[in-house]
Design a binder for this molecule. Structure first.
Ligand code: PLP
Length: 405
């Protein structure tokens, strides 16, 4: 019968998924395909008649997998990770089966109820002040799930704009006039999504120069705000980053927060990657000053597993005099480079990525080309880090040898 068939196929898919994750080390982490590869593998139009399930299933290995960058692989050290786990996979299956929408409480009460409860759990887990929680009835606080950290920045910017337009309601200035004078601030290390939020919202965004530790400081931002006020502009929003994309550096909230409070600026905190680390009390010192924030965002999907392996990798890099660690490592990311010209590190990274054995991406830190190595996959073990370092070190030997000859 049909339902028996679905059960059988469903089990086959669960087996496939379990096999895929358990044997993920056997695959190239970075695919070896060229743009447009898939066009030749599938028909130009959707089939008129449904295909047999076995044929569709075969296409997973034939069409899809050759073009996958395996983000769950222990050999994936690029970007920041986007992780899953078996419980989350099963949860997704159930959610897909229920298939409800939760845009109001009544459209599916369990969605809203679960969201508010779990967001409070998360807020408590990372030690946010109680004003951020739904359970605190004195404040308007409470978390909501957004699609991405980029969306969070954009939405917080819109909320801040709504607030400032409200404040200027009886000032004699039209909304459009106020909008054209608005100015927002972030550090020169902020993620590109912050600049994008300003572009979409049509507000000026200033990029404040960071100090030597790549941290945005109070004095630097105050100076620019003062100048903007003198020029008749309206400062209204600051996006501070905890855990920057390039180097995992932390803006100084203890200095920036009081400035925002005194001057009535909305303070949004983008802790996309680092936010999860505040589950560990020893890392909470990096979010001191969070009580000044109007909004705070982080991506639990980026990781919820361990820092220890990054420390191990950092040690391996530091023990090899050909390399340097280009910024202080605090959490699960090490930024490193070959000493000397940028070109050497660039060639090294290209060769490593082409091999498909490990995958990393670069960043530019004040003109220095660096490799970002993130270690957060739940499957990564000590032996994986040792293997990856062997590959990096041997490739570096070849790059330096070619450079000399
Ligand atoms: N903010 C920071 C600091 C990030 O590092 C990133 C991504 O790495 C983002 C924002 C964007 O995250 P998302 O892909 O969830 O929009």
């Amino acid at each position: 019968s049909r339902s028996y068939m679905y059960t059988y196929i469903g089990k086959e898919m669960v087996d496939y998924i379990a096999n895929y994750l358990q044997n993920i080390r056997q695959r190239r982490v970075f695919p070896n395909v060229s743009p447009g590869y898939m066009r030749t593998l599938v028909p130009e139009t959707a089939p008129q008649d449904g295909e047999h399930w076995d044929d569709i299933f075969r296409d997973v290995e034939r069409v899809i997998m050759p073009g996958i960058t395996h983000w769950q692989s222990p050999y994936m050290h690029a970007y920041f990770p986007a992780l899953n786990s078996f419980p989350s996979l099963l949860g997704d299956m159930l959610a897909d089966a229920i298939g409800c929408l939760g845009f109001t409480w009544a459209s599916s009460p369990a969605c809203t109820e679960l969201e508010t409860i779990v967001m409070d759990w998360l807020g408590k887990m990372i030690g946010l002040p109680s004003g951020f929680l739904h359970s605190n009835k004195q404040t308007m606080g409470g978390g909501v799930i957004q699609v991405t950290a980029s969306d969070c920045t954009f939405i917080s910017l819109l909320a801040a704009r709504t607030e400032i337009l409200r404040k200027f309601k009886n000032s004699g200035l039209e909304d459009m006039e106020v909008n054209s004078r608005l100015v927002a601030y972030c550090s020169d290390q902020a993620h590109s999504s912050v600049e994008k939020a300003g572009l979409i919202a049509l507000v000026k965004m200033r990029f404040i120069e960071c100090d030597d530790e790549l941290s945005m400081r109070g004095d630097a931002i105050q100076e620019v705000i003062d100048k903007d006020r003198e020029d008749g502009l309206i400062p209204f929003y600051v996006c501070a980053t905890l855990g920057t994309t390039g180097a995992c550096a932390f803006d100084n909230l203890k200095e920036i927060g009081p400035i925002c409070e005194r001057q009535g600026l909305w303070l949004h905190i983008d802790a996309a990657y680092a936010g999860t680390a505040f589950i560990c009390p020893e890392f909470r010192k990096y979010m001191e000053g969070v009580e000044y924030a109007n909004s705070f965002a982080f991506n639990p999907s980026k990781w919820m597993m361990g820092i220890r392996l990054a420390t191990k990798f950092e040690l391996l890099v530091r023990n090899d005099s050909r390399f340097e660690v280009a910024a202080k490592r605090i959490l699960g990311m090490v930024v490193f480079r070959l000493k000397g010209e940028n070109e050497l590190t660039e060639i090294l990274l290209k060769r490593l990525n082409r091999s498909g054995k490990v995958h990393m991406v670069p960043a530019s830190l004040r003109g220095k080309y660096v490799i970002r190595f993130t270690v957060t996959s739940q499957y990564t073990e000590d032996c994986d880090i040792e293997r990856d370092w062997k590959i990096i070190s041997a490739t570096a030997t070849k790059v330096l040898h070619d450079d000399e000859s």
